[in-house]
Design a protein. Structure first.
Length: 338
């Protein structure tokens, strides 16, 4: 299954073919609320028997904000859950009956071969947890989990040296015409489809510019849509936000490409997702998510600024951008019947 909106844990119960959607948290800070809400959502997904878990780390504010500290803490929780749900092995080797027989009354198992062969990886070693006593914790700076998570992501970033590629692929879509205008829905589109990209820029640009200054590059790719080329029926909420992303990508290219930062925009046609499944019309040239991903990878490898696909559909829309308003409106009405 795939998530219908950013920040959503999406899973499917085996055998039921019924999707399960759980919002990780609505907290605005990396605090106890953020973690216990995420933990409860994770339990709902895992105990429900999910086989695919998406967008499970880093999200705050219901998915409108991403946090590096929250990402590290969520990874900690996910690793703990993964360790907890490892199958329990019960056999002679695991029980260690021979080792028990070799240990005399009053003895201990610490030096036994069975213990020595397992003690290094027998227990989960946390990323962030601090098990020091209070006095030692104070002496070391009284750092809480959020502060330790901050140090962890910075250490990881320093270790791996750079961000190679960041892709903004968050999006929401609801069909809307002017006769059915809904302000809340329209604002939701703006927040998810466009403002979320601005949050990404706020977090990412300092690192990309730092990489450029040290002689390294980096690439930022925004996933927009051909719906942003020109106005389309039923796209009153969606289309303008995608047009904004295209404009944003073009401006970023002008500002950052000369400095060595790669910028690209992805404008797909109709892709088979839970969002497009709600359309009440036949979608021309519909492709699978796998086909879309392949097109994106090939575009990045070529160094394209714009990737649009499938060409049998998107080339027509690109050509229509050059029509006069009169011809364009007439062509859209004729092809859609609206």
């Amino acid at each position: 299954m795939t998530a219908k909106e950013p920040g959503v844990i999406s899973a499917a119960r085996p055998g039921s073919n019924v999707p399960q959607k759980l919002t990780p948290n609505a907290s605005n800070a990396v605090d106890a609320q953020a973690m216990y809400e995420t933990m409860m959502s994770l339990f709902g997904a895992v105990l429900g028997g999910c086989n695919v878990l998406l967008h499970a780390a880093g999200w705050l504010e219901g998915g409108l904000t991403a946090s590096k500290e929250k990402f590290i803490l969520d990874v900690e929780v996910l690793q703990m859950l993964a360790e907890t749900f490892q199958p329990l092995v019960v056999d002679d080797d695991e029980i260690g009956l021979d080792n028990i027989a070799l240990t005399s009354p009053g003895g201990h198992f610490f030096g036994g071969e069975h213990t020595l062969a397992r003690y290094r990886d027998a227990f989960y070693e946390p990323l962030v947890s601090d098990w020091a006593n209070y006095g030692q914790w104070v002496e070391e700076g009284s750092r809480d989990a959020t502060q330790r998570a901050n140090e962890t992501w910075k250490r990881i970033l320093a270790q791996f040296g750079r961000l190679d590629l960041a892709v903004y692929c968050a999006g929401t879509y609801s069909s809307m015409r002017a006769t059915e205008f809904d302000l809340d829905v329209a604002q939701r589109h703006v927040q998810v489809n466009y403002v979320g990209a601005l949050y990404l820029l706020d977090a990412l640009l300092p690192q990309l510019l730092k990489q450029v200054a040290s002689g390294q590059g980096g690439h930022l790719s925004l996933v927009s849509s051909v719906a942003g080329y020109r106005g389309l029926p039923k796209s009153l909420a969606y289309g303008p936000t995608k047009a904004a992303l295209i404009n944003l990508a073009e401006t970023l290219y002008l500002d950052l490409h000369p400095k060595g930062v790669g910028i690209s925009v992805v404008n797909p046609g109709f892709v088979e997702t839970p969002l497009t499944a709600g359309n009440d019309f036949k979608m021309p040239a519909l492709i699978t998510p796998e086909e879309a991903a392949d097109e994106m990878i090939r575009g990045w490898e070529r160094g394209d600024f714009e990737m649009h696909f499938p060409k049998r559909f998107t080339l027509w829309l690109k050509a229509m951008r050059h029509l006069s308003d009169t011809l364009y409106f007439a062509a859209v009405r004729r092809s859609t019947g609206l």
